[in-house]
Design a protein around this ligand. Structure first.
Ligand SMILES: [Zn+2]
Length: 259
């Protein structure tokens, strides 16, 4: 997920600054969803919408007494919808103050949740490099970087009699790289430059007329990614490989991180 900005789309402010947990924006529109749920669309956002294997940010959008508590964010056709409800701070039975179109607002994301999501996402990418280092040249597939059981999948299999060894080696290798640390580069590049940073070629789902966003750890080859990451590999913390399972030609590596 590394789409370039389209007209009418929400500018993804975390593309430029992943470390920002506060920002400002302008309300574009307010929506009433089924079941009374509300949604706010802004011109720009630091909220990462759920996608690319990473959960949505939660937090607060506020202005002039109106407080919109964001419990989910989703992108549709480049527009980020912030879902939630207006906080009834007064609790006097009257409708709480709401946001208006055109209003300037302050955005705050839940920093702890974001930090964990970034660590889990970076850990998933780090495991890709470790797999290659161990001579397991399996093509990375889906990543699930949610706190409730994160995993990364690879096309291809590890023979059953090697699973236990590879699990141990993978974990050791990952923690070695984490203790060494490496700068994490995340940026948008022209297609050819992006391909170069990713070892010469990009996956076919990346359009040749796009400017892909690339994440790259130190000297390792980069890969296209739309998510948020730690600033340095050392920030991932301790990584545990909790299991490797091979099923229907796919190898699934489950992991966790701790401080
Ligand atoms: Zn990613």
């Amino acid at each position: 997920m590394a789409a370039a900005a389209k007209a009418g789309s929400t500018r993804l402010a975390y593309f430029d600054d992943m470390g920002a947990i506060r920002s400002t924006a302008t309300v574009i529109s307010l929506h009433q969803e089924e079941g009374g749920r509300r949604a706010v669309v802004l011109d720009a956002t630091i909220f990462h919408p759920q996608g690319g294997g990473q959960p949505a940010d939660t937090g607060l959008i506020s202005s002039a007494g109106a407080r919109f508590l964001v419990d989910d964010a989703r992108a549709k056709d480049g527009v980020v919808f912030h879902y939630g409800r207006f906080e009834d701070a007064a609790g006097d039975g009257r409708t709480p103050p709401e946001l208006k179109e055109g209003q300037g607002v302050t955005l705050e994301i839940n920093a702890e949740r974001r930090s964990l999501n970034s660590r889990l996402h970076s850990a998933g990418h780090l495991l890709d490099s470790c797999m290659t280092n161990l001579g397991l040249n399996l093509e990375p597939g889906k990543g699930y970087h949610f706190p409730d059981g994160p995993s990364v999948e690879y096309k291809g299999v590890i023979p059953a009699d090697q699973l236990q060894d590879k699990k141990t080696q993978l974990e050791k290798q990952a923690n070695e790289l984490i203790s060494k640390g490496a700068k994490v580069l995340v940026s948008v590049f022209p297609y050819d430059e992006a391909a170069k940073l990713c070892g010469g070629a990009l996956p076919s789902y990346i359009s040749q007329d796009s400017t892909p966003r690339i994440v790259k750890f130190g000297d390792y080859p980069g890969c296209p990614c739309g998510g948020t990451h730690v600033a340095d590999v050392a920030d991932i913390g301790n990584l545990k490989v909790t299991g490797i399972r091979v099923k229907k030609g796919v190898t699934k590596v489950s992991y966790s991180v701790s401080p």
